[in-house]
Design a protein around this ligand. Structure first.
Ligand code: SF4
Length: 277
């Protein structure tokens, strides 16, 4: 077992139970995936759309003039333009790369986090650090793999840190507001049936809602007609070892599966029993 698996096993006994109890491809989940595949075309089945040439962005304020209004954008052309974005000069200076998003461009389910951290900035993919690996396990327990759903962030560049500082910082409201048009267009192109906002900062960036996650979670909010489930950020679960908090996240994910009209196995339904809390 890898050092990560050792650490995760120690930190997250509840979610390991999901893996051990259901296996990597639970029967009900298989059925769910088959159903998803039958509903939505996969990447390989989707013929490549013509790619418009995005507006060239000059460094500095002029870069903010890129128009996202056109119907000719595709997810690929949007990614290409976002990767060259220089709307936030302070983040451009500190970032390794823009972290656009990853997954199925036709996903029914999309997770939205707040911003890339150091690991994501280095790899160019959202949720690849320890919290991301936990998210991948939660996604797996729901019956998906990462390439069957979509994962993105409100802020697409890593928030800069003071020189010599370690760790990551929360994105500022004005930074998220500046970057939000990329995510809005991303969502408009992917057209997910359900969004999951991971943590308070993500829901603030997406919806402008500053209520605590504890008050928001467990019920659907709305983003431009798309239901949004707010739940705790996986990093919170890594910090908080309480089974009751893990159970809340899992209950939120069961509601998401129900909203997607996907089958839920008995094992999934009863994963956290009352005796666990
Ligand atoms: S955070 Fe968003 S808006 Fe700012 S430079 Fe990065 S991609 Fe552009």
């Amino acid at each position: 077992m890898s050092s990560f698996s050792d650490a995760l096993h120690a930190a997250l006994p509840g979610l390991e139970k999901i893996r051990d109890g259901l296996g990597p491809y639970p029967t009900a989940s298989h059925a769910a995936l088959m159903r998803l595949r039958s509903l939505r075309p996969t990447v390989a089945e989707t013929p490549p759309a013509p790619r418009p040439v995005p507006a060239v962005q000059a460094p500095g304020p002029a870069a903010a003039t890129v128009s996202l209004e056109s119907d000719s954008w595709t997810l690929d052309s949007l990614r290409e333009a976002a990767l060259a974005c220089v709307k936030c000069p302070h983040l451009v200076k500190s970032r390794t790369q823009v972290v656009f998003g990853v997954g199925n461009p036709n996903a029914d389910l999309m997770f939205v986090g707040e911003a890339p951290g150091a690991d994501e900035d280095a790899e160019g993919e959202p949720f690849v650090g320890k919290a991301g690996q936990l998210l991948t396990k939660i996604i797996g327990a729901m019956g998906f793999s990462r390439d069957q759903i979509y994962i993105g962030n409100v802020l697409k560049c890593r928030p800069d840190m003071p020189a010599g500082s370690m760790g990551n910082r929360k994105p500022r409201p004005e930074e998220m507001k500046t970057c939000l048009p990329w995510l809005e267009k991303q969502i408009a192109l992917i057209k997910p049936k359900v969004l999951v906002a991971l943590g308070a900062t993500a829901v603030e960036g997406l919806l402008g809602n500053t209520e605590p996650v504890g008050k928001l979670r467990g019920r659907f909010l709305d983003f431009q007609g798309i239901p949004v489930m707010t739940t705790y950020h996986p990093a919170y679960l890594l910090r908080n070892q309480s089974i009751s908090e893990k159970r809340k996240v899992w209950e939120d994910m069961l509601k998401v599966l129900e909203r997607l009209d996907l089958p839920i196995s008995e094992k999934q339904r009863n994963f956290f029993t009352k005796s666990d809390s």
